[in-house]
Design a protein around this ligand. Structure first.
Ligand code: GDP
Ligand code: IMO
Ligand code: MG
Length: 431
C-alpha cells in the first residue's frame, strides 16, 4: 500500500470489472490505514471474501473493516438492507468472536429495506423471463431500489416506529399483489411482510443513526474514511451493460451520495481488477472463454460466486472495458488481483482493443448493438511458471510476470499500487 494510502482522508475502492474483483480482500487490507469503512450501495447481492490468518469470512452487507477491532463500520443510505439477512450475518460474525455491537457498526435510518415481497418478485420475474433473464442474485435488490425511487419504499428507520411501518407496508400491498398476480404468484398480506421485520426489530433499532451526520463529523475531526464499493463498473445501472446490470450506481461518485456526504469527501479512487476477467449472470462479455482455458481459470481461480455459488464465466483481461471503467470512476490507480491464478500458461492474452463494423475501439463502446459483436484484438505476452504466492516485492516476481504487470499499467495509463498473489490478507506484492 502506498504511503499516500496511509495518510489520505477519502479513499474509494471500486470494482473495475463485473464484480468479484477482490474488493473485500483489499478493503480489509486498507482498513488498517482508515478509521471508518463505509458501504454506500448494493446489498446482500455482494459477497466480499476476506482471508485472515487462514480463516475465511464472507461478508454481504457488513463493511469489510469489521475484522479490525476499533474501526467504525457504516452502512450508508445508498445500501438496500435486508434486515433478516443482516441479523444472520451479524450472528455469524458474533459466533466467530467478532464484535458487531453498535459501538462498531451503524446503519443509516434512510437506507431502503429489502422486504420479503421484494425477494419474491425478484425470483418471479427471473423465473418468467426465460432466456432474457438477468441472472440476478435473487436477493430482492432491484425491487427494493424500485420502491425507493417510486417513493413507496420502507426505510430502515421505519422499524423504530411500528405504526409508520405498518402504514408503509399496507401502502405497498395493492401494487405488489397486482404484480405478483401477473406473475401467477400468491398474494402477500401485511403480516407476511411485517412478521419477519418484527422478529428482528429489536436487533436492528440500536444500530440506526443519521449516518451522514456521523460521517461528516468524523471527517471534520480528521478521521480517514474508506468507501467500499460493491459490484463493478460494468454492472452500474447507468453506465454498465444495460439491462444486464444491478440496480444501483456502482461508480465512485456514488460513494458520496450513498453515504450522505459531498463530493469533497472523495480523494483517491482505487480500481480493483483481476489479471483476467469474470462475470456471473447473463450479459455481454467480449473476452469470454468458452473453452478449456476458461475452465482452467475457473478451477484454479476458484471462480464460483461468494453469494450464490454459481460458476463464474471466465475470460482474458479486457483493457477496453477497464479503460471505460477508469473513465466513469475517475480511477487514480489500480490494484491487480489474482495474478497467481495465471501460473503455468505458456502465453497470456490481453485484449487491447476491439474492432466493430470496420472501426477500432480502445474503450468499450456504449452502443448495445456493439456488445455482442465486438471482436477482441489480443496481445500475447509470455507467461510464467512459478508459484507467486510467496512474492512480496516486485523483485520476487519472475521477469515475465513483472512485464505483464508493467504492460497493464502502460496500457491503462494508471499506476498499479498493489499486485495480489493469493487470497490471504498478506499475499501482496507492493512496490
Ligand atoms: P469481491 O466481491 O470483489 O470482494 O470478490 P469475491 O470475494 O467475490 O471474489 C474474489 C475471490 O478471489 C475470493 O474468493 C478471494 O478470496 C479470492 N482472491 C482475492 N485475491 C486473490 C488473489 O490474489 N489470488 C487468489 N488466488 N485468490 C484471490
Ligand atoms: P460483489 O460486490 C458479481 C450481478 C448478478 C446479475 C446482476 C444483477 O461481490 O462484486 P442483482 O441481484 O444485483 O439484481 O443482479 O448483477 N451481481 C454481481 N456479480 N459480484 C457482485 O457483487 C454482484 N452483485 C450482483 O450476478 O448478473
Ligand atoms: Mg463478490
Amino acid at each position: 500500500m502506498s504511503e499516500q494510502g496511509s495518510r489520505e482522508q477519502g479513499l474509494v475502492i471500486v470494482g473495475a470489472q463485473w464484480g468479484d474483483e477482490g474488493k473485500g480482500k483489499l478493503v480489509d487490507l486498507y482498513a488498517e490505514q482508515a478509521d471508518v469503512v463505509v458501504r454506500y450501495q448494493g446489498g446482500t447481492n455482494a459477497g466480499h471474501t476476506l482471508v485472515v490468518h487462514g480463516v475465511k469470512t464472507v461478508l454481504h452487507l457488513i463493511p469489510s473493516g469489521i475484522l479490525h477491532p476499533g474501526k467504525r463500520c457504516v452502512i450508508g443510505n445508498g445500501c438496500v438492507v435486508d434486515p433478516v439477512a443482516l441479523v444472520a450475518e451479524m450472528d455469524e460474525l458474533v459466533a466467530a468472536g467478532v464484535d458487531v455491537s453498535p459501538a462498531r457498526l451503524c446503519i443509516s435510518h434512510a437506507a431502503p429495506a429489502i422486504l420479503d415481497v421484494h425477494k419474491r418478485l425478484d425470483r418471479a420475474r427471473e423465473g418468467a423471463a426465460g432466456d432474457a433473464r438477468i441472472g440476478t442474485t435473487g436477493r430482492g435488490i432491484g425491487p427494493a431500489y424500485e420502491d425507493a425511487v417510486s417513493r413507496h419504499g420502507v426505510r430502515l428507520g421505519d422499524l423504530a416506529d411500528p405504526q409508520r411501518l405498518r402504514q408503509r407496508v399496507e401502502g405497498l400491498l395493492f401494487e405488489k399483489n397486482a404484480l405478483l398476480a401477473a406473475y401467477g404468484q400468491a398474494p402477500v398480506t401485511a403480516a407476511d411482510i411485517l412478521d419477519p421485520l418484527e422478529a428482528v426489530r429489536d436487533r436492528i433499532v440500536p444500530y440506526l443513526a443519521d449516518a451522514g451526520a456521523e460521517l461528516a463529523a468524523r471527517r471534520k475531526a480528521g478521521e480517514r474514511l474508506l468507501f467500499e464499493g460493491a459490484q463493478g463498473a460494468l454492472l452500474d445501472v447507468w453506465h454498465g451493460t444495460y439491462p444486464f446490470v444491478t440496480s444501483s450506481s456502482t461508480v465512485a461518485a456514488n460513494a458520496a451520495v450513498g453515504s450522505g456526504l459531498g463530493p469533497q469527501a472523495i480523494g483517491r479512487v482505487l480500481g480493483v481488477t483481476k489479471a483476467y476477467a469474470t462475470r456471473v449472470g447473463s450479459g455481454p462479455f467480449p473476452t469470454e472463454l468458452d473453452d478449456a482455458v476458461g475452465a482452467r481459470i475457473r478451477e484454479v481461480g476458484r471462480e464460483f460466486g461468494a453469494t450464490t455459488g454459481r460458476p463464474r464465466r471466465c475470460g482474458w483481461l479486457d483493457l477496453p472495458a477497464l479503460r471505460y471503467a477508469a473513465r466513469i470512476n475517475g480511477l487514480t490507480s489500480l490494484a491487480l488481483m489474482k495474478l497467481d491464478v495465471l501460473q503455468g500458461f505458456e502465453t497470456l492474452k490481453v485484449c487491447t482493443e476491439y474492432t466493430w463494423r470496420g472501426r477500432t475501439y480502445e474503450e468499450m463502446p456504449t452502443e448495445p448493438a456493439a456488445w455482442s459483436e465486438l471482436v477482441p484484438v489480443y496481445a500475447e505476452l509470455p507467461g510464467f511458471d512459478a508459484d507467486l504466492r510467496a512474492a512480496r516485492r516486485p523483485d520476487d516476481l519472475p521477469a515475465t510476470a513483472r512485464a505483464f504487470v508493467d504492460r497493464i499499467a502502460a496500457w491503462t495509463g494508471l499506476p498499479i499500487e498493489l499486485v495480489s498473489v493469493g487470497p490471504g490478507r498478506d499475499e501482496n506484492v507492493v512496490p
